[in-house]
Design a protein around this ligand. Structure first.
Ligand SMILES: C[S@@+](CC[C@H](N)C(=O)[O-])C[C@H]1O[C@@H](n2cnc3c(N)ncnc32)[C@H](O)[C@@H]1O
Length: 427
């Protein structure tokens, strides 16, 4: 603590006796870990929960293999199977139902941690927390010409209150504690990508600097897309999200990706059939297609502006009915860059299961979690589809298990019929 002069000490005492907070300058004089710039909000604490709750396996999912136990030789070698064709050894992927604060704390401090470390630790975390103030728990489902809205259930209601009950203050309290535990769970060479929009981007960035350290900041990726709203009266259309990329340590796993960088070219002389007229062959030049000159490009290190991945559109083959679903191509890029085959990838706000679907297709192991019943139902169904797809093309896939931390029952998520209204679904 800095030494206060006698005058300063008397001033502080006068404020304390009057029941008033001392002037702000004393915050910097009184505390040793004073920082010139810091993130403070009502309710900030560095304490994180250490609670460990037991995980219960409520279902083991390995449907395609169970249907045909005499699988390919490669699969047999990789995973030992029981008499029903289920994987017996090696890592089993995990879809966990519950509040991610308790899940994170139980993973970090409980017995599963050892198993995670045996796999090399968590190499990559991607999260897309709810920033659409409340909209994430309600889902719009189109049936015929009608749109049904699924309302929040009681657990989601509580999570919504905890996340947005006091506006951005409660959002930052929610995310700060979870990010702190995620940092502790990451491997030394692991990385984290946090997806957010303009509403919480600034505050999440400050929280990340606080937790991971400014020096661990790697990129702020801008994902620009074309869909979405238009401004009502003034302003420009908001057409991008931010993805904050930080590493846990100094040497994160990273595979340099490349992209085409187009350079402006003048049309080159060519005949109407596309034949070039004495044009120099340039190794960067694409061939003339249908008489129009190709554009020149160079292969460069991939940039932090991602403007060639479209958001999920109506009739998109990827569509699951989850209205905050992100495109697989986005996760493809992140997972390919920041993990290798066999690495463990996690997402604790998984929604429709995009992270697990892409991780599985890229041969990564995964742990994902969500609080919502519909999210668990959607991810389960999607992952069975991915298992089937991989099997049909002769590729390896892993079994996954569904775990919970509360008193959720299998029939509650397997039986979610999206064609029913919420009151009908609760019956
Ligand atoms: C924006 S969505 C994620 C969408 C996902 N990226 C996708 O591609 O489908 C956010 C998800 O976080 C979940 N969520 C919110 N609070 C949570 C909590 N406390 N614990 C676990 N999941 C939570 C919501 O149920 C929702 O599915």
């Amino acid at each position: 603590m800095a030494r206060l002069t006698e005058k300063e000490q008397q001033e502080v005492m006068r404020f304390i006796e009057a029941g008033k907070p001392p002037p702000d300058k004393y915050r910097f004089l009184l505390f040793d870990d004073k920082r010139e710039v810091e993130l403070v909000w009502n309710g900030k604490t560095n304490e994180v929960t250490n609670v460990v709750l037991p995980f219960q396996t409520i279902e083991q999912v390995d449907e395609p293999r169970a249907e045909k136990p005499e699988d390919t030789a490669a699969q047999q070698d990789l995973f030992a199977l029981d008499s029903r064709g289920r994987q017996l050894q090696g890592w089993t992927n995990k879809l966990i139902w519950g509040d991610n604060k308790l899940i994170l704390s139980s993973l970090k401090n409980g017995p599963l941690r050892e198993e995670i470390e045996r796999q090399g630790g968590v190499k990559l975390i991607y999260i897309d927390p709810p920033f659409d103030v409340g909209a994430d728990f309600s889902i719009e489902i189109e049936i015929g010409d009608e749109i049904f809205t699924k309302k929040r259930n009681i657990l989601e209601e509580i999570a919504y209150r905890d996340t947005w009950g006091q506006g951005v203050d409660s959002f930052i309290t929610m995310i700060y504690e979870r990010l702190s535990i995620m940092r502790d769970l990451l491997a030394d060479d692991g990385s984290i990508y946090v997806h957010c929009d303009y509403r919480v981007n600034a505050i999440v960035r400050l929280a990340m600097d606080d937790i991971f350290g400014k020096e661990r900041f790697i990129n702020q990726i801008e994902w620009a897309y074309k869909t979405g709203g238009i401004p009502e009266r003034f302003g420009f259309s908001k057409k991008h999200h931010h993805i904050l990329f930080y590493s846990r340590g100094e040497n994160p796993v990273f595979n340099q990706l490349r992209q085409k960088s187009y350079v402006p070219t003048l049309p080159e002389p060519h005949t109407s059939s596309g034949q070039r007229l004495g044009v120099r062959r340039d190794k960067f030049c694409e061939l003339c297609v249908n008489g129009s000159p190709g554009q020149k490009y160079r292969m460069v290190i991939a940039r932090d502006i991602w403007d060639n991945i479209s958001s999920i559109f109506r009739n998109d083959p990827q569509i699951t009915g989850y209205n905050t679903q992100k495109p697989e191509e986005l996760l493809n890029r992140i997972i390919a860059a920041s993990s290798n085959e066999g690495d463990l990838v996690a997402d604790f706000f998984v929604g429709s299961g995009t992270t697990s679907a892409v991780a599985e297709k890229l041969g990564r192991k995964w742990i994902v979690a969500d609080l919502g019943k519909f999210a668990i139902h959607t991810t389960r169904k999607r992952m069975i589809g991915v298992q089937r797809e991989l099997k049909s093309t002769g590729r390896n896939y892993r079994a996954f298990e569904i775990l919970n931390l509360g008193k959720y029952e299998r029939q509650h998520y397997v039986g979610v019929n999206p064609n029913l209204r919420e009151d009908q679904r609760q019956q």
